[in-house]
Design a protein around this ligand. Structure first.
Ligand SMILES: N[C@@H](CCC(=O)N[C@@H](CS)C(=O)NCC(=O)O)C(=O)O
Length: 210
């Protein structure tokens, strides 16, 4: 059984919880409090030298980091991870976009504005950049979603999971989605996908014997 090292408040970790829940894959959850430095201890760095969650133990002492790589791994062989050559490349296109254009802006704003006390003052100097670049990313998504129900060829994939994680909390960190009706409609579509779970969902704790 997989062990997922995750912080419940982390959008990157939520991607993996959502994919595993949707796929009906049981897993053990280990909560890592990143605000207490728990991802930077020598024990954790031995598992992931990059000191970040999410981290998935896929086999004894074999660890996989980077949320989107984990999505490809856990969803492999399912319809969530396209195998068709162009669809696979399109999914990657949007997942790279997520890491390069969305997560560093909306993810950063979410972390500092909604999780860190006093974060707004501490990050005042970069806030305008996050907002400008975050809105730019939302604009790109809006253009695509105005013509497509999902990111890859009209059906739900891990590209949607990757982009959903921080887009669905954008309004908790100053972003106004009123000008993005197609993004809002897509958020609503994703939220009613079978097996969808909310960010605060956790798997049932394992019985002591396991
Ligand atoms: N590109 C990585 C980013 C992971 C990441 O930024 N993790 C954050 C939480 S969302 C973290 O572990 N922060 C704690 C730290 O860096 O010490 C991914 O997609 O998994």
């Amino acid at each position: 059984m997989y062990t997922l090292y995750s912080d419940q408040r982390s959008g990157n970790s939520y991607k993996v919880r959502l994919a595993l829940a949707r796929l009906g894959i049981p897993f053990k959850l280990v909560e890592v409090d990143i605000l207490q430095g728990e991802s930077r201890t020598p024990e954790f760095l031995a598992k992931n030298p990059n000191g970040q969650i999410p981290l998935l133990e896929v086999a004894p002492n074999r660890y996989l980091a980077e949320s989107n790589a984990i999505l490809w791994y856990v969803a492999g062989g399912s319809t969530l991870a396209p195998e068709d050559r162009i669809e696979r490349a399109e999914a990657m296109q949007w997942m790279f976009f997520e890491q390069h254009s969305l997560e560093p802006n909306i993810g950063a704003a979410y972390f500092w504005l909604s999780l860190i006390k006093g974060g707004r003052d501490l990050q005042q100097h970069v806030l305008d950049d996050w907002m400008e670049n975050g809105y730019r990313a939302l604009g790109v998504m809006e253009m695509h979603l105005a013509r497509h129900d999902f990111f890859v060829n009209g059906y739900f994939t891990i590209a949607d999971i990757a982009l959903y994680a921080y887009t669905h909390v954008a309004e908790r960190c100053d972003f106004d989605l009123a000008r993005y009706p197609a993004v809002r409609a897509w958020l609503a579509r994703v939220a009613v996908e079978p097996g969808h779970v909310a960010m605060d969902w956790q798997p049932e704790p394992l019985a002591a014997a396991e």
